[in-house]
Design a protein around this ligand. Structure first.
Ligand SMILES: [Zn+2]
Length: 66
């Protein structure tokens, strides 16, 4: 018997097909992006963010030339 994983070209695709994307919630910054289980997101102080720009927006940080 072979491990099932060897039959998969892309484990992530199969994972999605079997269970479907599990949406945990929306990005805390208010942009509307969904936070989906199994993907990388930024976690900060109990909140999930789609990207670092969302976290920056949420905490009021900004890029600034110095
Ligand atoms: Zn966001």
């Amino acid at each position: 018997m072979r491990p099932i994983i060897e039959d998969l070209e892309n484990p992530m695709v199969c994972f999605s097909e079997q269970r479907g994307p599990k949406v945990i919630g929306k990005c805390a910054c208010g942009c509307g992006e969904e936070i989906i289980d199994g993907y990388e997101h930024i976690f900060w102080d109990g909140y999930y963010f789609d990207d670092y720009e969302c976290l920056m927006r949420f905490i009021g940080a900004e890029w600034r030339d110095v």
